[in-house]
Design a binder for this molecule. Sequence first.
Ligand code: PLP
Length: 401
Amino acid sequence: MKLDFHPAGRHFLQIPGPSPVPDRILRAMSYPTIDHRGPEFGELGLKVLSGIKKIFKTDQPVIIYPASGTGAWEAALCNTLSAGDKVLMFETGHFATLWKKMAESLGIEPEFLGRPGIEGWRHGVDAGKIEERLRSDSAHAIKAVCVVHNETSTGVTSDIAAVRRAIDAAGHPALLLVDTISGLASADYRHDEWGVDVTVSGSQKGLMLPPGISFNAISTKAIAASQTARLPRSFWAWDEIIEMNKSGYWPYTPNTNLLYGLSKALDMILGEGLDNVFARHHRLAQACRIAVNAWGLPIQCADPAVYSPVLTGVMTPDGVDADQVRKVIYERFDMSLGTGLGKMKGRMFRIGHLGDCNDLTLMATLAGCEMGLQMAGVKLNGSGIAAAMDFIGSQDVPFRR
Ligand code: PLP
């Protein structure tokens, strides 16, 4: 394959992140790299550090790391916990499983709640189970509850407010750690109101940036925990970063050009209005599910109350390799769809409808899927495109506000 070949039109990057980066953001990132200890940088630093708080809905510090989401996962754990600490995690899918593996490798002792087999990967966090387990922990050995808000491997969004209520109802002091790497700026999220102690997120999903920066939004209780937590940390340690961030700087070389991009992304998202951004994601997700239902294919998320506004997981019929369908669609239409991960490998594909996505982006995506499914020999009940068009056409939402 020739790498310099330029196909006509845009590649359709419809995976659930990295999501397409708007031209305005790409241009902003092409500004010259400046001295990260100079006067202009401090202004940029202060702007992004205060703007990002609005996205997390918090008045407390948000740490920005020059790292992928996995780094921010590790930062959340190593700043708040000590080796041998027990934590409660919930198996919602591949990413919850990876976070648990990371906890184990750091010497933490996670307990994994959830339903057995694939069923567990079709539902969200069961706050009732968390409450029950915490009530039985009268010695308060469990130090944290860790959950994934938007499980990118399945298309399930869990109710974080319900998890907070469960912890409070059990009268348990455990910290609440939440991964919203793929939920932030696409699905409603409220760090302060939901009483989250550490929220982990990343740049390459709803924020419409390339991969490369990630976040820890933290609470006063999490900062207090960091003072006694004993897991080794240096690069990830919050205290020095928080101190330097007060004047808009970092203790090391930050990711300057991605911060230019973040500054532009914040202007775009806050300019559109978070509620409008969420409503757009909700509408596109609904249109996508209407199409999948019209095709007669099962949606991976089995509980409509927790359908994700970020992506839709589509299960292929028995005997149809979902990766083969993805391959046909990629080779014929230059469109990338998300692969099935972990337990769902080959059994589903994922349609991303997040970030810089509008009605017509989604319609083209669905057209590519419908044609590709038919080319791959999948028998469909009806036209998903027609059904989605009917729905989108019935929505009176001007694109400009
Ligand atoms: N958690 C979730 C929910 C994710 O979607 C991802 C990546 O897609 C990660 C964690 C890992 O983040 P990264 O790949 O940026 O390290």
